[in-house]
Structures are given as C-alpha cells and as structure tokens.
Design a protein around this ligand. Sequence first.
Ligand code: 5GP
Length: 112
Amino acid sequence: MTLFEKIVARQIPADIVYEDDLVLAFRDINPQAPVHILLVPKRAIPRIGDAASSDQSTLGHLLAKAPEIARRAGVGDTGYRLVINNGRDGGETVPHLHCHILGGRPLSWPPG
Ligand code: 5GP
C-alpha cells in the first residue's frame, strides 16, 4: 500500500479538502506555498510515466477537478501552479501519482 493509499484509507491522518469516487485532495505536510494541496487518484498509479490508456478517464477527471479545488482554496483568481513530478530527476519522492496545487504567493519560473 502506498503512503497516499493509506491516507485514502484513513490509516494516516491528513487535512482533506476534497473527495469524490475517483480522487482525494489533502494539504501537503511540508507546504512550499501558502496553498499546497496534493490531488491523487484513489487507485494508485505509480507515476504519470506509468499511466496506462485505461487510466485516461481518471487522469482527465483529476486534471478537471484541480481548478475547482484551487478555487475552493482561495487561489482561483490570484493564480496557481499544477505540478506533477515524475521520476528521480523530476523530484518524485512518493510513488503514487499526485498533482501539486501551489498558490498563495508569486511562484518563480523556471523551477530550480
Ligand atoms: P513529490 O516529491 O513526490 O512530488 O511530492 C511528494 C509530496 O508528498 C511532498 O511535497 C511531501 O511533502 C508530501 N508528503 C510526504 N509525506 C506526506 C504525508 O504523510 N502527508 C502529507 N499530507 N503529505 C506528505
């Protein structure tokens, strides 16, 4: 079971901000911005690079929900960034696909 599957199963506590049949969103334990939410599919896909064609509807749903969750978190008008880290050089540390929703301050570009 992945760390985020344990959060989905309520085996590990998290500050959950959104849930439906397919996805769960909760606040990052180590926030990098005033708003830092992780949006995950409930059924684990290790990373975007391992997603299968059968995952398309889940991925589409996840991406479509991100703006709603950002709006609920209060950054819909000020702006936000969606980030999916993939693999070692991408900065992935938890092997359960997740989309970071970051906002609440100006974010620099390019990332370091
Ligand atoms: P990655 O580096 O894989 O893209 O992002 C993993 C994220 O998960 C990191 O931002 C990290 O702070 C967050 N994280 C790691 N463990 C936990 C946890 O137990 N609870 C929550 N809410 N976030 C976690």
